[in-house]
Design a protein around this ligand. Structure first.
Ligand code: A3P
Length: 274
């Protein structure tokens, strides 16, 4: 509600959207690196010393002054992030011409990633058993609404307004990151030139933002991050395995089938397969 009243969208805002644990941090790092590639060279890049959460702010998580003043001061075009469902977007954002990049992921991997993440929160969460958390996830309990509803809202828009909504799957980005980096740059209006492609700039972006590179950096390993001063978590909590299909190591096949079945039912007829 605070955001509804106070957020002022700009027509050239670029908004990165995801459900938590879909790889938000990876998308933030990639988009930030693509947009700022002429400002920073790869050997002295801000991502080598700053946690990716810090270089692209969430609009709904107020930092510092506990208002939107930090976001309002950013120069255009602003690169912003949110976990909010589309239906809760502030009016000014919903009606603006901003570009929206949505990142989705297999809900089984999302659930497992979330469960581990919650267990790394130092202050602000009560730990719960995996089975209890799983049943809640299946019933749609999530701070941003049921996982499948979140995906569907953006998926439908990406079909009818592909010039405004880019829908990406984590698994596809893992299997061909170069292709997605090139597509992302085109979509946000800063395509790689032929010279950049010959010089291997897209490869450099992929390498800088790779799981192996980011997860090994001191800024992403040591210390804590706080959100609104209410939640304190380990910086490393955002980098666990970075793999597709890790759910098999934490959930039974039966649990996997149950969640697949729920998701298939919820997405039926939409054309979206997760
Ligand atoms: P896992 O817990 O499955 O490893 P979010 O950024 O939305 O919180 O998502 C976190 C998930 O993305 C974690 O998944 C994390 O390991 C993975 N991740 C973080 N950085 C990544 C990267 N550069 N490439 C691929 N996956 C990454």
């Amino acid at each position: 509600m605070r955001l509804q009243n106070s957020f002022k969208a700009r027509h050239d805002d670029i908004i990165l959207v995801s459900n938590p644990k879909c790889g938000t941090i990876w998308l933030k790092a990639l988009a930030f690196t693509i947009i700022n590639r002429s400002r920073f060279d790869f050997d002295h890049h801000p991502l080598l010393t700053h946690h990716p959460q810090r270089v692209v702010p969430f609009i709904e998580i107020f930092q510092g002054n506990n208002d939107l003043s930090n976001i309002e001061k950013l120069p255009s075009p602003r690169l912003l992030a949110t976990h909010m469902p589309l239906s809760l977007f502030p009016e000014s954002l919903a009606t603006s011409n901003c570009l929206i990049v949505y990142l989705c992921r297999d809900p089984k991997d999302v659930f497992v990633s979330r469960w581990h993440f919650d267990n790394k929160i130092v202050v602000g969460y009560n730990k719960i058993d995996l089975e209890v958390a799983f049943n809640m996830f299946c019933e749609g309990f999530s701070e941003n609404g049921p996982f499948w509803d979140h995906c569907l809202e953006y998926w439908k828009e990406s079909i009818t307004k592909p010039e405004k909504f880019l829908f990406i799957k984590y698994e596809n980005m893992k299997s061909d990151p170069m292709k997605h980096v090139i597509r992302l740059a085109e979509f946000i209006g800063v395509p790689f030139s032929d010279k950049e492609q010959q010089d291997g700039v897209p490869e450099e972006v992929v390498r800088l933002c790779s799981f192996d590179n980011l997860s090994g950096l001191k800024t992403n390993q040591i210390g804590e991050l706080s959100r609104d001063d209410r939640i304190v978590l380990e910086r490393s909590a955002f980098f666990r395995e970075g793999k597709v299909g890790d759910w098999v190591n934490h959930m039974s096949q039966e649990m996997g089938r149950k969640l697949d079945h729920i998701v298939e039912e919820k997405l039926k007829g939409s054309g979206l397969v997760l």
